[in-house]
Design a protein around this ligand. Structure first.
Ligand code: ZN
Length: 405
């Protein structure tokens, strides 16, 4: 008898009830309940569970996780959070980052996440401390989590003042980061910053993930400038733009024009509604904008739009539970997407943004899935039930496995 496990009675998101056979680390058969033609060595019942591809967190800041009670952000906005963090950065040690990041990784794993892209502060005052700590975390959790570390390069990266940051970026690449990233919208020369960071990514062959247009100014154009360069130079490179909330302040004609360019350039976009609703439009009482990436218009143009949580209980977002279903629920309320669309954004689309290819619950695919105790998909998003069954590489994860190493 082969060493394989039959997961029985799983409800797919379309309501059908199936069995799944997992052989080694892959799904080898899916079909009607009770009709698996192959022998199996063990059976696990998923009766009463909705089963979906595991979740992907496309945009985290694990080096900042759980700092909410140690840093103040009196203004409550983005710059207040940045200043608050900078004031205490010298007190944050390697072990401190590792401990908090591992707590966050384990929390997300219990909630059904099997892949995370985390950004790592790369600053003059902190040097490579976040990069090195998160590369350490990547190694510690590799048996239950696929973790990518993206450089989040401090600004400016342009002009004479940018030379020191450019050198720091090269050090981070030498240290082994997986993804190039930065914040063009905070640079005195946003267009120059886009060009520098894109050049760094294409020169090294690493994917690019920008914090793009994270403001509510209609003239902010990081995303459009990136798409223009990619189209003009006919580049083929894995690229993601995170936030892009300024796009929602433009006219519908301009949103559609930019969206069509982004689709043509093959850039994925990651919406981060929880943190942007927290940070943007502080103190605006009359007609505050929602600070939501224009998901529908981007998707209409053909852009793959993912969604993530961004910050987890830090000065950039005091709340958050490390649960993609919390983000899916928020998307349904604030961005008016359907339950299946919300699920796609936190699973298959997020996988595309992080890995450059989609994932699915299909024969031959890696056995990475989550079983949610709920009557249907909508209820699972609404309730965010605990006690989820999380399968990574064919293995049902438990805390003993997660605490190994
Ligand atoms: Zn971020």
């Amino acid at each position: 008898m082969t060493d394989c496990t039959l997961f029985t009675g799983a409800q797919l998101t379309d309501g059908s009830i199936v069995d799944l056979l997992v052989n080694d680390s892959r799904i080898s058969w899916i079909g009607p309940m009770g009709q698996c033609p192959t022998s199996h060595s063990s059976i696990i019942s998923l009766a009463g569970h909705v089963v979906t591809s595991s979740f992907v967190e496309p945009h985290a800041h694990l080096d900042k996780a759980f700092l909410a009670d140690r840093i103040t952000n009196p203004s409550g906005d983005l710059m207040g959070a940045i200043r608050g963090l900078e004031a205490v950065r010298s007190t944050i040690t390697h072990d401190d980052i590792v401990d908090r990041a591992m707590r966050a990784v384990q929390l997300m794993s219990r909630n059904g996440v099997t892949s995370i892209r985390t950004h790592a502060d790369t600053t003059i005052s902190g040097g490579l401390s976040s990069v090195l700590a998160l590369l350490d975390v990547k190694n510690r959790c590799s048996h239950f989590m696929d973790l990518q570390v993206a450089m989040l390069l401090e600004w400016p990266v342009t002009g004479p003042a940018g030379k020191e940051h450019q050198a720091l970026a090269r050090d981070a690449i030498s240290a082994g980061i997986d993804v190039v990233g930065g914040c063009p919208h905070l640079d005195p020369d946003p267009r120059g910053a886009v060009e520098f960071l894109l050049g760094l990514a294409t020169d090294t062959g690493l994917p690019l993930d920008l914090h793009a247009d994270e403001n509510m100014r209609s003239d902010s154009s990081d995303l459009e400038h990136l798409a223009d360069i990619v189209i003009t130079e006919n580049l083929s490179h894995q690229m993601n733009a995170s936030h892009c909330v300024a796009l929602s302040t433009k006219s519908e004609i301009d949103i559609d024009r930019v969206s069509e360019k982004v689709a043509a350039a093959g850039i994925t976009v990651t919406a981060l509604p929880q943190t942007n609703l927290f940070l943007q439009e502080r103190g605006v009482s009359s007609n505050p904008a929602r600070a939501i990436t224009p998901i529908h218009r981007l998707q209409h143009a053909g852009v793959v739009v993912a969604a993530g949580a961004d910050n987890l209980q830090d000065p950039f977002n005091l709340v958050g539970r490390g649960d993609p279903l919390e983000i899916a629920s928020l998307l349904m309320v604030s961005a008016h997407v359907t339950a299946p669309e919300a699920l796609q954004m936190i699973s298959t689309n997020a996988h595309q943004a992080v890995h450059g290819a989609t994932n699915s619950l299909s024969v031959g695919a890696p056995a990475n899935f989550v079983a949610l105790p709920a009557a249907n998909l909508r209820e699972s998003i609404a309730m965010g039930p605990p006690d989820r069954i999380v399968v990574y590489g064919g293995v049902v994860l438990d805390n003993q496995i997660r605490n190994r190493k």
